[in-house]
Design a binder for this molecule. Structure first.
Ligand SMILES: [Zn+2]
Length: 878
């Protein structure tokens, strides 16, 4: 198994040795045996590429109904009739049967019936006591084996726990296997002679109820997902087979009165834990006795499985930990003062001691423990649910503390202080300020209105990027500091890799947040702040040390799975007894995904259906798989390929801009065309600096006539592309991101868009200390004395101060004595990446129809936003 690129210094645990299929370890460098040859045609059970592509398009991509597939097959048959040929199927049902014959990715579903076995009251018992419930699950071990075998993840597997250190010798936590928990588990496995050399495979699990809407109300499902913990965080976050549904839990229903009864609460909770124990039972033998499994690199390994971190939102955590709602599942802090000092961590052992020592009512009142629930993890080796509950960025940070708490509290504060009319004016102004921010790659325009109920987590994440400058000036400085501290905590916690310094910063940001959030009690918005989701932030630092970055264990992973595993299959069902149909769809989708991957690895998905088929008919072999190609139309986002040095380049594929847009080639004519008469002189000053890098006299002190003369031709570009390593953002597999920086006189045919960039003046200085900001008025290139130059004409914005309240640098546009912009020509090599500037709005209101395209011209000073993306936050932290 390949190990991902981990940095300069890595200590690996001596586990995961390759073995043969009987479990005997192999000598070093022994090549894996070839996969078994099943003597079947390569595209089996499909005959031709068109057959597979047809099935994939209709069943997976478009998700056509049976009727539509029947019609498409009929048309296909009609087209082939004159050739006396016919399609592979006569109906959609036959097509489904072919998919069912795909053996890869197979893990059939089984149903278990559950009934209440407790005492029944006299008379007619409540319905929930007589009902039969169904747990639907599939073999977790088989599913784990399928997931590990899929070659999708060959490069995204860290099969051995490791301790990672950066160049400065600081410990780094990122993937689950970089955490102390995995290392400790693997060490105990390595020390045991029976398991020495085995590969530790923790199973990350998550469960979350989800609702689909039907005309008669809502239908709830309670899926459980699982993912091998040896996948990297990025692979787990990516779509695909890294996270798969393993079960649908039964959902007991009762009327409002029955729901409150002790008997129902006990039964529903016990059924929940019993079901989870059943779901993960197939893994249990392999938790102590190694199981030989085949991995994606072709090698067999002896695997020891284990229950890994569990992803759940707060209500589900309460159930999992067997605690009373309002208490913390991790520690025994009292619900009235969750963030107070002196709380002790919970564990199965201490809970057992308490249960043996105290009455159920004392346990309930003083320790928040439900005596009637035994967490399912009790029955599994090395598993303690209190430890395994993972941080949940989505519900605790993004939706919880930010949207539900901070944004609501700020609005409540405005109402309390100003009364409804003025408060609404200010809140409208905050909306306008948010709409007035300049465009930036990855920043979408904010939805109208403040209908929080309709907000998605992406809306909340988008608001985080622009919220702080919008409230500054409208709320007290302490409130601004509170929001800034929280945003810092959030951006630090969302990083893909955190080192010891980051954890110190994280704790410091949390301490600042706790210090400043008292503004909400001081101003009467809250009587107290003791909220379980917000309290969980106190457990982040330790959880990160145990399990790595929270971004690989967030409930956004399970929530996004709901779409493929529940919502789409539900829409495709007849809606009557839908679950069985949904499971069949899920099975077929898994099989098609596995088949497609298997075919692609053998070069059978190359080219188009037509070109590939033509090649086969000519008897030519399939081509080896290609690397993914760059998509030139992307405005920003993941960049394919491995980690490389950061760069900014002119978008050379658009070289014909100069011709299409009528830019003159000649420098003097171009200067007139763009309305910058000093442009030729600025190029000459730039050339002087380039040719005399060690000159003690600055080019600005040289007479124009003494500068190098440039009379060649110039090519103009509208975008430049910056590429940089940003694994915490939405990035490619190698962690690279790209963004397009625009300098366009008529963006989308509407208005000029002149983006701003960071310009490095001293790369040895951290953050803004070594940089200025430039607004790009022209991207261009030319050749001088056979040397090509890629340049930008920029208007300087210079840093003036780091604002105390927002913690952001403030820059001011520079003007010369006559009021003209201070411009310069700079080399593109000095451009670091795009910057996002947001106006310093002050305490006044923006005009009602303020156009966002005027933003960079309208304000005297700008915040350099550090929340535009994660890379920006990391890079501007100094
Ligand atoms: Zn706690």
């Amino acid at each position: 198994m390949k190990i991902c690129n981990l940095g300069p210094w890595v200590v690996r645990n001596p586990t995961a040795l390759p073995c043969d299929e009987n479990g005997h370890y192999l000598p070093p460098h022994y090549q894996p045996p070839p996969p078994p040859d099943d003597n079947r045609p390569e595209l089996y059970p499909f005959e031709w590429r068109i057959d597979f592509d047809f099935a994939y398009q209709h069943f997976v991509e478009v998700q056509n109904s049976e009727g539509s597939i029947n019609k498409a097959i009929e048309w296909w048959a009609a087209a082939l009739l004159q050739h006396e040929d016919c399609p592979p199927w006569t109906s959609a049902q036959e097509l489904y049967e072919t998919i069912d014959n795909v053996q890869k990715g197979n893990a059939p579903w089984k149903t278990y019936k559950i009934r209440y076995q407790g005492p029944v009251p006299p008379g007619t018992p409540p319905k929930w006591m007589t009902e039969t419930y169904e747990l639907v699950t599939r073999d977790a071990l088989q599913l784990a084996e399928n997931q590990l075998l899929t070659t999708d993840f060959e490069k995204d597997i860290t099969s051995v726990p490791y301790l990672q250190f950066d160049k400065e010798g600081r410990r780094v936590w990122s993937n689950l296997m970089s955490g102390d928990w995995a290392y400790k588990q693997a060490t105990s496995i390595a020390e045991d002679p029976n398991t020495h050399g085995a590969m530790f495979v923790p199973i990350v699990a998550g469960s979350d109820k989800t609702t689909v809407s039907v005309a008669t109300g809502h239908q709830e499902y309670h899926p459980v997902y699982m993912s091998p913990g040896i996948l990297t965080n990025s692979a787990r976050r990516a779509r695909g087979t890294g996270v798969l549904p393993v079960a649908f839990l039964p959902i007991p229903k009762a009327n409002r009165k029955q729901r409150k009864t002790v008997a129902f609460q006990k039964f529903s909770r016990q059924m929940y834990h019993m079901s989870l124990a059943r779901v993960f039972a197939p893994l249990k033998p392999a938790m102590t006795t190694p199981k030989v499994i085949r991995c994606s690199d072709g090698h067999f390994r002896r695997a020891i499985l284990g229950l890994g971190p569990y992803i759940a939102n707060y209500p589900e955590q309460v159930w999992l930990a067997g605690i009373v709602s309002g208490w913390c599942p991790k520690c025994d802090a009292r619900p009235t003062d969750l963030d107070g000092a002196g709380a002790v961590r919970r564990s199965h052992n201490t809970t057992d001691v308490f249960i043996n020592s105290f009455s159920p009512s004392v346990l309930w009142d003083d320790y928040g423990i439900r005596a009637d629930v035994i967490p399912f993890t009790h029955g599994f080796p090395r598993a303690d649910i209190h430890e395994l509950l993972s941080p949940d960025l989505l519900h605790q940070v993004i939706k919880g503390t930010f949207k539900d708490h901070i944004v609501s509290w700020v609005n409540e504060y405005l109402h309390l202080v100003h009364g409804e009319t003025r408060a609404n004016e200010i809140i409208d102004d905050i909306d306008r300020r948010i709409s007035a921010v300049p465009p930036f790659p990855g920043l979408r325009r904010f939805p109208d209105g403040r209908d929080f109920l309709q907000w998605t987590s992406d809306d909340s994440k988008a608001l985080m990027k622009v919220y702080l400058p919008a409230i500054a000036g409208h709320v007290p400085p302490k409130m601004v500091k509170c929001v800034a501290a929280f945003l810092d905590f959030c951006y630090l916690a969302r990083r893909n890799a955190l080192n010891t310094d980051t954890l110190t910063e994280l704790d410091a940001a949390l301490a600042r947040f706790h210090e400043h959030r008292t503004i909400f009690t001081e101003t009467g918005v809250r009587t107290d702040i003791s909220l379980p989701r917000q309290h969980f932030l106190k457990h982040y630092s330790r959880s990160i040390q145990l399990f790595g970055s929270p971004n690989g264990l967030c409930s956004s992973i399970t929530e996004s799975k709901h779409i493929k595993a529940v919502k789409e299959p539900w829409r495709r069902s007849s809606r009557f007894k839908a679950l069985k149909q949904m499971l069949r769809t899920n099975c077929r989708l898994d099989k098609m995904a596995s088949a497609r991957h298997h075919f692609a690895m053998r070069g059978m998905m190359e080219g188009t259906t037509l070109s590939y088929t033509a090649k086969m008919l000519r008897g030519e072999p399939p081509e080896p798989p290609n690397r993914p190609t760059d998509d030139e139309d992307d405005d920003g986002g993941p960049a394919p390929g491995p980690r490389v040095m950061s760069s900014v380049e002119l978008a050379r594929t658009l070289l014909n801009w100069s011709l299409e847009r009528g830019y003159p080639k000649n420098v003097e004519d171009l200067a007139t065309f763009i309305g910058q008469p000093k442009f030729p002189e600025l190029i000459r000053r730039f050339l002087f600096d380039q040719l005399n890098p060690n000159s003690k006299i600055p080019s600005s002190a040289i007479a124009v006539d003494d500068l190098p003369y440039f009379g060649g031709s110039i090519s103009v570009f509208h975008p430049a592309v910056a590429r940089f390593y940003a694994p915490s953002d939405l990035c490619g597999a190698g962690g690279m991101c790209q963004e397009r920086i625009r300098s366009n006189p008529c963006w989308r045919g509407e208005y000029p868009r002149r983006d701003t960039v960071f310009i490095s003046l001293d790369p040895d200085q951290p953050g803004m200390h070594g940089m200025v900001v430039g607004r790009v008025f022209l991207f261009f290139s030319f050749v001088f004395q056979d040397v090509p130059y890629s340049c930008a004409l920029v208007h300087w914005l210079v840093p003036i101060v780091k604002d105390d309240n927002t913690g952001m640098w403030v820059v001011r546009p520079k003007f010369s004595g006559n009021g003209r912009r201070s411009l310069a020509v700079i080399h593109l090599d000095s451009v670091v990446r795009a910057t996002h500037l947001i106006g310093v709005y002050g305490s006044g209101l923006l005009p009602v129809d303020f156009p966002h395209e005027d933003s960079l011209d309208a304000f005297a000073a700008f915040y350099v936003s550090k929340y535009a993306d994660h890379h920006m936050h990391e890079f501007l932290v100094a």
